[in-house]
Design a binder for this molecule. Structure first.
Ligand SMILES: [Zn+2]
Length: 507
């Protein structure tokens, strides 16, 4: 008797647990569809015009627009507030990220001016949300296309037959980045993790890449919801460098960030999420962004599986959005280093590299300022740091700074060697020969003895070509053989007069 009871109980549990997996004709209506998102954006724009700034990230393979919105209390880009990017549905059947983004937007908008924490998030940050990155195949799946349940790739027509075929068509947007491209051998179009015909073949990720390179956000979040169930409820931080570099230069910080974010994200059973480093191997967004910019790029795997039904869809979104608030607060509060890099004589912003010695590896970065304000932001732990700003054509500058428990501001005003060129310069002093760096100097008569120095484009002096060169004489100057090929600045000084000229050196 007890055996029968037990079997019955098992059967009930089985039925309950497989219920969400039963395949419907199209996604549950609790998931956001593109047209519903656009209609909701219109409503929010009318209701919150000062903080809701909709725009377009870029175009899809089918030339449709990818909607996005930036939440901030001024025109986006008008100040140097830290930027953040959240996007969902890079993989079409991982729409839980879309739900989380829509829940985040609702919390920020309705909480602004009401809840001091929500207000601080909006006032201190520029947070950009892209609810659906893979718009083309979202439309396919949400119209119940064949195999919509499993569609994850783009709609690229790999077999050129003019119609969508599963699994033959499409490219995996998280294998199409130009990172470890050759090492990742999956070039079979029918594979669900097909890398595509060439790196960045898909315009959706070119749009993400270009936005990141322009805006230089502090953090990028790519919401997934795993096909691989063992990685459910995980936040992956950058990174474990499998090419032998070990943990990346930001590993303490990104571990801290992921830890507090995971602790604030609660699953349906009341348990916290987990966090772990990501491996650097695959041609993924997270790896490309971190390797090329040093920006902290995270993946969150939201749930046990792709598609849920009913109220569960919304509760996942709300719980993940609450966790996301902890991440926003880490960027609102610091600790971190921020500042601007400008031209010392004009005050114009510079696109410069800002290097923190204690958080640097040559395999990651360079960390560049964004172009509109010359601004940089770097999350750190508290501590003392040595920071160098450098920019082509300027003298590099190094400063030491202590960061406590909030943002510390450290600005740089860089001097250009070219800005000190004296009036009355005589261009006949220097003659460059062929492009192997031959320089002939004719020191005009009546001047003091001349010195000729060589600088790289960052303003570092890399050599002295001659000293005490007498007026009225001609000299043939040799570049040091140890120099790498490239463009250099030759500066000649004689008393108050000076002249600087670019020279191409071919060793
Ligand atoms: Zn995914």
């Amino acid at each position: 008797m007890s055996f029968i009871k037990y079997s019955f109980l098992t059967l009930v549990i089985l039925l309950v647990s497989i219920a969400p997996f039963v395949q419907a004709d199209e996604p549950d209506p609790n998931y956001w569809r593109l047209d519903e998102i656009q209609a909701q954006f219109d409503i929010w724009e009318a209701e919150y015009p000062d903080i809701f700034h909709p725009s377009v990230l870029g175009q899809t393979g089918n030339r449709l627009e990818i909607p996005m919105v930036t939440i901030c209390n001024q025109e986006p880009g008008s100040n140097d507030d830290p930027r953040m990017l959240f996007h969902g549905a890079l993989h079409t059947n991982e729409a839980n990220g879309t739900t989380a983004i829509m829940a985040s937007l609702e919390m920020l908008l309705t909480g602004y001016g009401v809840d001091p924490k929500m207000t601080a998030r909006v006032d201190s940050l520029e947070v950009t949300y892209v609810p659906i990155l893979n718009v083309d195949s979202h439309l396919y799946s949400f119209s119940g296309g064949v195999n919509w349940f499993d569609w994850r790739k783009t709609m690229r027509d790999n077999n050129s037959n003019g119609q969508p075929d599963f699994p033959d068509d499409g490219v995996d947007l998280n294998r199409n980045w130009d990172w470890n491209w050759d090492a990742y051998e999956n070039d079979q179009p029918a594979d669900l993790k097909y890398k595509g015909p060439y790196p960045f073949s898909e315009p959706e990720i070119m749009a993400v890449r270009d936005w990141v390179l322009r805006e230089r956000p502090v953090v990028v979040v790519d919401y997934h919801s795993p096909v691989t169930i063992s990685w459910r409820k995980y936040i992956f931080w950058p990174w474990m460098d499998t090419a032998g570099g070990g943990m990346g230069p930001d590993h303490n910080v990104s571990d801290d960030v992921a830890e507090l974010w995971a602790a604030a994200t609660i699953d349906e059973n009341g348990n916290q999420y987990n966090e772990i480093y990501a491996y650097s191997t695959l041609p993924k967004e997270q790896n490309w962004i971190y390797a090329n910019t040093g920006i902290l790029s995270f993946i969150m795997e939201i749930s046990d599986h792709c598609w849920w039904s009913g109220a569960m869809v919304d509760t996942i979104g709300t719980r993940v959005a609450r966790g996301g608030n902890a991440l926003l607060d880490r960027v609102v509060d610091g600790p971190g280093l921020r500042g601007v890099v400008t031209d010392a004589s004009t005050g114009e912003p510079l696109v410069a590299e800002v290097k923190i010695d204690q958080m640097h590896q040559d395999t990651v970065g360079p960390r560049l300022t964004e172009e509109n304000h010359g601004a940089y932001h770097r999350l750190t732990r508290s501590g003392t740091y040595t920071v160098t700003a450098s920019c082509d054509g300027y003298e590099s500058q190094t400063q030491s700074v202590s960061v406590s428990n909030s943002w510390e501001t450290l600005d740089f005003a860089l001097e250009s060697p070219l800005s000190s060129v004296a009036p009355g310069r005589d261009l006949s002093w220097l003659r460059t020969g062929n492009s192997n760096g031959d320089v002939r100097l004719e020191v005009p008569a009546g001047l003091p003895a001349a010195t000729v120095e060589l600088f790289d484009l960052r303003g570092h002096r890399v050599g002295v070509l001659g000293e005490n060169m007498a007026s009225g004489q001609a000299y043939d100057l040799q570049f040091p053989n140890r120099l790498a090929g490239g463009v250099y600045l030759v500066r000649v000084r004689a008393g108050q007069q000076e002249q600087t000229q670019r020279v191409v050196f071919v060793p």
